[in-house]
Design a protein around this ligand. Structure first.
Ligand code: ADP
Ligand code: MG
Length: 350
């Protein structure tokens, strides 16, 4: 059987660069070499593109840039005729035709539709959401509006943009009940997110969020806990087991997300079958409303009185062997390797 030539994009010009290296390390390790010819394409924090031919362990250890023998400048060509990678070898430009691409990139310049746009222009089948869904899901404000239109509850919120008058702030948030969560509309991994207990901390929190984005979302804290729902599919959907984040203190910030010091993830969530169904129903509605394709992890809150409130969609969720999305799919019997096969198949069959 002819192998499928797959470019795996990793790194990225994003604050979530280190997370991508972990995800991509796991993805590249689990892809079946009998089925795929792999072309790991790394993007540095500064936005340089390099074809990487070294050992995969160097990804999780973030040492992939250390040995120049394994690196060659390379870019994805938007030219459909190339249908792949231009390797900018000092000896001359080479082309590598590819059949599909898997952007294992988190956050800005990767999960937000930018890279998806380049791949769409190039006519290369791409794993995961397309330009529009990626961009909409990246923007928590726009995602909330569409989810609400689809009949899914969202937190009460207000907006503040760079350049708005600070005197406006109390009026904008006047109708909201504290505590509030203040967050950049387009970021991830909890960067720039703060919980504000009363109005005295609001301005500082907004300034912190503005460091990451020019649009800031201020939302009422939703009581209860956060749950996740893994979805796979473009027409028919496969829905994984629902998981649950148990917090002992504060919120799910960067340290808790990646080190789980006090937080715990329960998979499956410790909720009734009826509540798990309600979560899945809402997650599916959000997935359709935002026109997701391929896969995504939909995060929601479950309140003590059983309401399901939408939080956000991650169109390229964490993808290490112990990440939430693969775990939720493992919960329905879909292991990591076959899961990757399904994702790639969905990309190429569209
Ligand atoms: N409205 C909210 N109510 C309760 N907790 C929230 C709310 N918004 C955010 N959080 C907490 O902050 C964390 C990070 O916020 P989130 O919007 O998911 O941003 P990110 O994209 O960085 O993950 C969430 O996992 C949750 O613990
Ligand atoms: Mg989140």
């Amino acid at each position: 059987m002819k192998k499928l030539r797959l470019a795996v994009l990793f790194g990225g010009c994003s604050t979530e660069y280190p997370v991508s290296l972990q995800s991509a390390g796991a993805v590249l390790t689990h892809l079946d070499r009998e089925k795929y010819e792999l072309y790991p394409l790394g993007i540095t924090r500064q936005g340089r593109w390099l074809l990487y031919t070294g050992p995969l362990e160097a990804l999780s250890g973030d040492s992939w840039l250390e040995d120049p023998r394994f690196l060659c400048p390379a870019v994805l060509s938007p030219d459909r005729n190339t249908h792949g990678i231009l390797v900018l070898d000092p000896a001359g430009i080479r082309t590598i035709a590819i059949d599909a691409a898997f952007p294992v990139l988190h956050g800005k310049n990767g999960e937000d539709g930018t890279v998806q746009g380049l791949l769409e222009l190039a006519g290369i089948p791409t794993v995961g959401c397309g330009v529009r869904a990626s961009a909409l899901c990246m923007d928590k404000d726009l995602a909330h509006r569409l989810a609400a239109l689809a009949g899914v509850e969202v937190p009460a919120s207000a907006l503040f943009r760079a350049g708005d008058s600070w005197e406006e702030l109390p009026r904008r948030t006047g109708a909201l009940r504290y505590p509030l969560f203040v967050k950049p509309a387009r970021a991830g991994s909890s960067f720039g997110v703060s919980r504000v207990a009363n109005p005295s901390g609001l301005e500082e929190a907004v300034r912190a969020a503005l460091e990451h984005d020019s649009k800031v979302l201020m939302e009422e804290a939703v009581p209860g806990f956060e749950v996740g729902c893994a979805i796979l599919g473009t027409r028919g959907l496969t829905v994984g087991q629902v998981d649950e984040i148990e917090l002992k203190q504060g919120f799910f910030d960067y340290t808790e997300k990646y080190q789980l010091l006090t937080a715990q993830i329960h998979m499956p969530a410790r909720i009734s079958a009826a509540r798990a169904e309600a979560v899945k129903r809402a997650a599916r509605k959000v997935y359709w409303a935002l026109e997701c394709t391929g896969f995504a992890r939909v995060d929601l809150f479950l309140t003590p009185d059983g309401r399901v409130v939408f939080n956000e969609v991650n169109t390229i969720p964490g993808f290490t062997g112990h990440s939430r999305y693969p775990n939720m799919m493992r919960g329905i019997g879909l292991e990591f390797g076959p899961l990757l096969d399904r994702l790639i198949q969905l990309a190429v069959e569209v």
